[in-house]
Every structure is written in structure tokens, then in C-alpha cells.
Ligand binder design. Structure first.
Ligand code: AMP
Ligand code: MG
Length: 421
């Protein structure tokens, strides 16, 4: 087991172990946010025919050399219908958007550029500078311009968003193969903890981590299974941990440091978990444990510190990227943005600090200011933070006005507009 490793080393160790889960087939309509395990090859041509991009008149462009032009309207092609016969030279057909172009026609004159007169249509043509020219292909959507039959429409590894689900529907694919969603078993531990409806008299506190961590799992598409609150004694702890062994990740909070009542590490080892690291040189979140069952099967094990901020910050750094990797995602990390410090920060050398910060735009610059009290017990500071500022391990002072990097927790900040942007 490695102790007191850097954040980068711990992340590398976690990502080395977090492999994409196998495939499952799900209804396409339910596949939002999932990642394809195999490319989708189209068995269809989309659109299937050359068709009209506008409501108007199908024509042969060669018939429209000199304006005005008057043509007989010989038939109608409704949306969802077909032409009864090819269009001959000197003829026009009424056509609606999306309807297949009649054979022989090669262009569509928009309704707005034509005048209908009973069974004829007149195309005035206009005069300079608004001269009207109708070329072959005008207002026509070509067969296969979206997807050709046999073409790879979506690549393996692709994350499915709304447009992807629409395309799958158009291709007639009612189900798709995607990476399974990781199942995360969550355990809280500590004699002081109660559920939210419990009695908080006598120094008891609500196990907020159960809620924070379950929500953080769901935010990345993982499923959760709550194992409850374990008492600070090995028998109850072991019973509950056992119940979490059939999961992809087992996430505990509290009970992993060196206190007399911290049994988590010992019980995990007894159950066959190999602990790979204990202690990461970061603040908050030093007492982080990572382990795995070797040889498997068994979940990846993340022992997070109990303090609410430490639990969430270590989740952000290690568990979140691991869950995304298991679900097959290529993008594992929060966006990082360059900021300017609005105030001077100091610390001792040795640990990387994740400073909870609020962000403000000033012209093209984003300024970061600490949310205030950085105690790892103050969960409210996380609700107020839009990001975590990276105060490197060996640095001791970041001066006001200096550049720094922030992991953006509130990704909507990127979309917010401000003066000068
Ligand atoms: P421990 O790691 O057991 O020493 O816990 C560190 C601190 O985190 C203590 O103040 C605990 O009360 C608190 N804590 C532990 N587990 C939770 C939890 N599930 N929810 C909220 N706070 C917790
Ligand atoms: Mg405890």
C-alpha cells in the first residue's frame, strides 16, 4: 500500500483500475447520456429520396431560362405521397416540404416566388437587383445527404444526446448497445450519525454524506444502492460492507483515519480487498483510501473521509472520473478554466489545496474569491462554490492578481454572460 501520495498519483492509480463496463442493450428512447459500445451502421438511406426543402412547385430548371415563365400544374405531390408519373419538359407539379421530387424534376420554386393561377403557375422572375434564378438542385434535399446506407452513422464511444436519439429513431433502431451504468454501493459510518428524520439530541448529526454522495453518483448516470449507517464496530460494519460487494464501486465515508473507532480499513482487508493507497497529499481530503479485489470479482473500493466537504471533494477528484470511465465516457474531468485571484491566499507547502471559490466575470477575466471559511465541515461552502481553485502542493502563496486554475463545479457558469463577453 502506498501512503501520502500526490493527487496525480492517486488519480492515475484509480483510472488504471476503472475499466469500462460491458455492454447492455437498452431501448434507444432510454439511452440519453449513455455511451455506445459499438458503432451504429445505417441500414437506411436518409432521406430515402431526393425531396423538396420547401412548399412550392417542382420544375425542370432548364424550363426556367427566361422570365416570366408560365407552366401547367399537372399534379400534386403531397407530404408522404409520390408523384403519379414523371414530370415532362414544360410542366410543373405542386409539391410540399419533404415530399419526394417527381422523376424528371430537378428543382423546386418556392411558393413565395410563384403566382398560382388555377391549373397554371406563373414565375415572374423579378428584376435586378432582385433577379430570380432557379438552378438545378435549388430547394432540393438529396437522397442520402444525411446518412447513406452502409455508412457508420454513430461511432462506438459516442455519448448519446438528444440529436443522437433522434437519428437512431430515423434509422429505425429501437434499441442500442451501451456501456452498463455503474452500480455504486454507499455506506456511511459513525455512531454519531442518524437519518434525516432521526433525533439529533445529544450531539448526533444527520448523515448528510449519504445524500451528497448518492446525488453526485446520479449526476454522472450511476445507479446507487444505500447500505445505511454502520455503527463504529467491526461486526455491523462487516455485515453492511458484505452487502455492498456485488456492485461496481463501494463508496464509504468516515472511519478511515487512525482513530480508535476507525475500523473500515481493517474490515475491508478481512473481506479480501487489497488496499492500494492510504492518504493523499491534498486538503481537504487527506485520509482517502483506494482498494480493489484482486483477483476479482469485486468492486473498486473508495474510502472517503467523513467530513462533508472532504467526502465531496475526494468524490470529485477520484470517484467521479472512475464512474465516468466505467460508463465508457471519454471526458472524465470537469472543465478547468483560467482565473485571476481576487485575493491573496497562503498555506504551508506539502499538500495541494482545493479552495472553494466563487467566480465573477470582469470583462474577459474571471476572478476567483474564496467562499470564506474553508473548514472541511462547512458543507454550505460547497453550495456557494462554483469551482475548486487549485493551490499547488508546493506553493505557499498565491498573490491577488495572480493567475490560477479552477475546476468548474458549476458548468453553467461557462454559459453565463457578463460584461464584455
Ligand atoms: P470520521 O472520519 O469518522 O472521523 O468523521 C469525520 C467527521 O465527519 C466527523 O465530524 C463526523 O461526524 C463527520 N461525518 C462522518 N460521516 C458523516 C456523514 N455520513 N455525514 C455527515 N458528516 C459525517
Ligand atoms: Mg467517525
Amino acid at each position: 500500500m502506498r501512503e501520502a501520495i500526490s493527487v496525480a498519483e492517486a488519480l492515475e492509480m484509480v483510472l488504471e483500475a476503472a475499466r469500462p463496463l460491458g455492454a447492455e442493450t437498452v431501448p434507444s428512447a432510454d439511452a440519453l447520456g449513455r455511451v455506445l459500445t459499438a458503432s451504429v451502421v445505417s441500414a437506411r438511406t436518409l432521406p430515402p429520396d431526393d425531396n423538396s426543402a420547401m412548399d412550392g412547385y417542382a420544375v425542370r430548371a432548364a424550363d426556367l431560362a427566361d422570365y416570366p415563365v408560365e407552366l401547367p400544374v399537372v399534379f400534386d405531390v403531397p407530404a408522404g405521397g409520390r408523384a403519379p408519373r414523371p414530370l415532362a419538359s414544360g410542366e410543373a407539379a405542386r409539391i410540399l416540404t419533404g415530399a419526394p421530387l417527381p422523376p424528371g424534376a430537378d428543382a423546386v420554386v418556392r411558393q413565395e416566388d410563384a403566382e398560382r393561377m388555377e391549373d397554371r403557375v406563373r414565375i415572374p422572375g423579378g428584376s435586378p437587383p432582385r433577379a430570380f434564378v432557379c438552378r438545378a438542385g435549388e430547394n432540393v434535399r438529396r437522397a442520402g445527404e444525411d446518412v447513406a446506407s452502409g455508412e457508420t452513422a454513430l461511432e462506438a464511444g459516442c455519448r448519446l444526446g438528444p440529436a443522437h436519439l433522434g437519428l437512431l429513431a430515423s434509422l429505425g433502431r429501437s434499441s442500442v448497445a451501451v456501456h452498463a451504468r455503474p452500480l455504486v454501493a454507499l455506506l456511511s459510518g459513525g455512531d454519531e450519525l442518524v437519518e434525516p428524520d432521526g433525533d439529533v439530541a445529544g450531539g448526533r448529526i444527520v448523515s448528510s454524506n449519504s445524500y451528497t454522495l448518492a446525488a453526485a453518483c446520479r449526476e454522472v448516470g450511476a445507479e446507487t444502492r444505500y447500505l445505511g449507517i454502520a455503527r463504529d464496530e467491526p461486526v455491523d460494519l462487516e455485515r453492511r460492507l458484505r452487502a455492498g460487494l456485488r456492485s461496481d464501486a463501494l463508496v464509504t465515508s468516515a472511519g478511515v483515519s487512525v482513530g480508535d473507532h476507525d475500523h473500515v480499513r481493517g474490515v475491508l482487508q478481512k473481506l479480501g480487498c487489497r488496499l492500494l493507497c492510504f492518504g493523499v497529499r491534498m486538503k481537504p481530503g487527506y485520509p482517502f483510501v483506494f482498494g480493489r479485489f484482486e483477483p476479482g470479482p469485486g468492486p473498486l473500493v473508495f474510502g472517503l473521509p467523513g467530513n462533508p466537504v472532504s467526502a465531496l471533494v475526494t468524490f470529485e477528484q477520484f470517484v467521479r472520473p472512475a464512474l465516468l470511465a466505467m460508463a465508457g465516457h471519454a471526458t472524465l474531468h470537469r472543465p478547468r478554466i483560467a482565473v485571476t485571484l481576487a485575493e491573496t491566499l497562503t498555506k504551508k507547502a506539502g499538500r495541494l489545496h482545493f479552495v472553494r471559490v466563487r467566480l465573477e466575470r470582469h470583462g474577459h477575466e474571471v476572478r476567483a474569491r474564496s467562499t470564506g471559511n474553508q473548514s472541511s465541515g462547512v458543507l454550505r461552502s460547497m453550495t456557494e462554490a462554483q469551482g475548486l481553485l487549485i493551490f499547488p502542493a508546493e506553493a505557499t502563496r498565491l498573490a491577488a492578481g495572480a493567475p490560477a486554475e479552477v475546476q468548474l463545479l458549476d458548468e453553467a457558469f461557462l454559459a453565463s454572460t457578463g460584461p464584455g463577453l
